[in-house]
Design a protein around this ligand. Structure first.
Ligand SMILES: [Zn+2]
Length: 725
């Protein structure tokens, strides 16, 4: 089966389906790499097959299971879906099959969209209540497949964890799918599973053939609420489900009269060439389709940032001015005030003891030196402050928005309060107004949100989400905040996530070009829904060189490197090599400095300036646009590790080489990828650790380039330029 981008316009007309028709005519939708064949059955739609460009075909064995009942006035009613051909459509890039039920009166739209000529296809299901009565519906998965794969075929699964608080020792997983294999990966904005349970994943997985062209498919979820992906292999069957997480259940969600429910959008893509083959398609697609063209896709991004947290909560006007001046001298491009600037939690006004003239003059000063300006806010929290504009838990209105009643004597922490449920329309409206005010009042170019914007659970019975099951409410504490979990947790997160997306979509319209940093106690909200509503991610909450490289290694398999922010914190750097190693461990994606640079020696300052110049002049465009190759094992801090960028259009790239703590290995050969075997390449060693040399693409991709570094915890940057011949 040979596909080309021409297939994109090859979609067939929707077949005329009659009550007793034989199999419906297949309908095709495709991108350059991914071709999906669909069929509108009379009572259910079906994905017939998934084709990999110039590769294998995956055949699906079952129709898409649709919800089969709804509860109306406390009575269960069976749903019988019937295809409505008139309401359905088949366009080249957009296929929608519409099913209806007369009683209860519902419409279900099953849609596939190709939003770019390359990359995955998107799929979503919308269920509308056409009647005048409220009803409750059970969980509708976003997608389900049951691929027929001969039991003898060797296939494997690949997935990555979120960097969360600290990257785990493993992070990136590749395992064989043996008979009886059964796996579930979960994602929420919390990323703290019970002890002994697996870590949360970036909601995405890949399955590939273990041999040959290592072709296969991947599926990901564009949603930050509680989701899961499951995968099982039994006999000749490989089953996959993705969507909202049904556990803890039973899940149900309210469908108000004339209201609707939409499954989290999923994307399905085909690829060849293993995880980086998939990643180089997916990362580009995320940039083109999900990212904001005014920010992260702009040619001056990603920015180099100086963050105030290096001096902690003590930030004040004098310090901020000094850091802004320093940022300008060092060649950094944005000054970012972290927590510590406000009067109190949920009282997002400058502390006049620290900032007697407010934040506006600070922003003006940054702007006068050509820097952008951003701040940290945790805008879904309530606290105890009473000044006008603050959100106080004892205000009766605010109290109704809280996810639970605070325990007696509750007090906020230094920068953590009590979460409000932004799925409540009034809470959503307050938050939308407040973030708009913050951005306007303080002349922000960037707003960082931190903390748990999407409520983990909520025990309120008068919110739009389902009420909790009173017999099964789990209450637990983490980092001083209390959480609740019950059968309604997924529905709580469904409503809160939609509200969060809506608030940020409005904010972007109000402030075009505003950058939105997604931080959720570090890297707990690293997913494709946030990628569509924010600009860059804090990928972990642990900032030493190895943690930064590990979190980058994992998340860069699926997300554009330009979005992946590493905070670089103070670390022991007895030698200048160690200093560069520390900086460069955060320079493969979005770089944010988070240490007190006034403590640096003149040599360190000069070295830092050189590194920042290098980033802006040569690394940044590769980080933004080039293909990425994971050319070493995941960093362990002991052995060597490295990453390679290569831009096939501009025919140049770079190798980041890191020598871990071992004194025993003074050299390492990095086998490069993505080059042309029949071309030659000039290699330039930025630190002059070796003389420049020219090698053939074949040798570089078979034997590799040898980097020699004697000192432990050191690094080299090797530029790769295709020779003109
Ligand atoms: Zn609630």
């Amino acid at each position: 089966m040979k596909h080309s981008s021409a297939l994109l316009v090859l979609a067939l007309l929707l077949p005329q389906v009659h009550a007793h028709a034989a199999d419906p005519k297949p309908v095709h939708i495709s991108s350059a790499e991914t071709a999906v064949t669909l069929a509108a059955g009379t009572d259910a739609p079906k994905i017939l097959e998934l084709g990999v460009n110039e590769g294998s075909v995956w055949h699906n064995q079952n129709s898409e299971p649709l919800i089969d009942h709804a509860d109306v006035n406390g009575k269960r009613q069976a749903i019988h879906w019937t295809l409505n051909t008139g309401a359905s459509h088949t366009k080249a890039n957009d296929v929608m099959f519409v099913y209806e039920s007369q009683s209860p009166h519902l419409r279900l739209s099953w849609q596939w969209i190709a939003r770019a000529s390359h990359g995955p296809l998107e799929h979503s299901i919308r269920i509308e209540n056409l009647g005048d009565q409220e009803m409750w519906i059970p969980l509708q998965d976003s997608v389900r497949f049951d691929w027929r794969v001969p039991n003898k075929d060797a296939i494997e699964q690949f997935w990555v964890e979120k960097g969360a608080g600290t990257p785990s020792p493993e992070g990136t997983h590749q395992v064989s799918l043996t008979d009886g294999y059964h796996w579930t990966g979960e994602s929420s904005t919390y990323a703290h599973p019970p002890k002994g349970q697996p870590r949360e994943i970036i909601p995405w997985l890949l399955v590939q053939r273990s041999e040959g062209d290592r072709s296969g498919w991947y599926v990901g979820i564009e949603f930050s609420g509680r989701t899961h992906v499951t995968l099982q292999r039994e006999g000749d069957s490989v089953r996959v489900a993705a969507g909202l997480n049904p556990s803890p259940g039973p899940f149900r969600t309210r469908l108000v009269a004339h209201g609707s429910f939409e499954t989290p959008t999923v994307f399905l893509g085909a690829f060849r060439g293993g995880p980086d083959g998939a990643g180089n398609i997916l990362r580009t697609w995320v940039r083109q389709v999900l990212n904001n063209p005014l920010t992260i896709r702009n040619t001056s991004y990603p920015l180099m940032v100086n963050n105030s947290w290096g001096t902690g909560m003590q930030v004040n006007e004098e310090l901020a001015r000094r850091m802004i001046h320093d940022s300008s001298e060092l060649g950094l491009e944005m000054f970012h005030i972290d927590a510590g600037w406000f009067r109190g939690v949920a009282d997002w006004y400058p502390d006049l003891k620290k900032f007697p003239h407010g934040l506006k003059p600070i922003a003006d000063y940054a702007h006068s030196l050509g820097l952008k300006f951003g701040i940290w806010v945790d805008w879904t929290q309530a606290g105890l402050d009473r000044q006008p504009g603050s959100l106080n838990i004892n205000d009766p209105t605010v109290r109704d928005w809280l996810v639970s009643d605070p325990p007696p004597g509750w007090k906020p922490q230094e920068f953590k309060g009590f979460t409000i449920d932004i799925g409540v329309p009034a809470a959503h409206d307050w938050a939308a107004k407040e973030v708009n005010r913050i951005v306007s009042d303080y002349s922000l170019d960037m707003l960082e949100h931190d903390g748990y914007l999407v409520a983990q659970g909520c025990d309120r019975t008068d919110h739009p989400h389902a009420p909790p099951d009173p017999a099964h409410i789990t209450r637990f504490k983490d980092s001083g905040s209390s959480f609740v979990e019950s059968s309604n947790s997924t529905d709580v997160s469904y409503h809160a996530t939609r509200a969060y997306y809506d608030i940020y979509s409005r904010l972007r319209k109000q402030h075009p070009g505003l950058m939105l940093e997604i931080c959720n106690d570090g890297g707990r909200m690293v997913d494709f829904g946030s990628a569509a509503h924010g600009d860059y991610f804090s990928i972990t909450d642990t900032y030493d060189p190895v943690s930064n490289r590990r979190a980058f290694y994992d998340s860069s398999y699926v997300l554009p490197p330009a979005m992946l922010e590493s905070y670089v914190e103070k670390w022991p750097v007895p030698r200048l090599e160690n200093f560069r190693y520390m900086l460069r461990s955060g320079m493969m994606g979005w770089f944010t400095l988070m240490l007190d640079a006034s403590q640096w020696t003149p040599e360190q300052r000069a070295a830092a300036r050189d590194e920042f110049t290098l980033y802006k002049s040569k690394l940044r465009s590769l980080i933004r646009e080039a293909d990425l190759y994971h050319i070493s094992r995941r960093p362990d801090g002991i052995q060597w590790d490295g990453m390679q960028y290569f831009d096939a259009n501009r025919r140049n790239g770079v190798l980041f080489a890191f020598h871990g703590s071992t004194p025993d290995e003074s050299e390492h050969a990095f086998v490069l990828r993505g080059l042309r075997a029949d071309r030659s390449y000039k290699l330039s060693f930025h630190d002059r650790s070796s003389a420049d040399q020219t090698m053939s693409g074949r040798d570089l991709m078979e034997k590799g380039v040898t980097v020699k570094l004697a000192a432990p915890n050191s690094s080299e940057i090797v530029f790769i330029q295709e020779s003109r011949s």
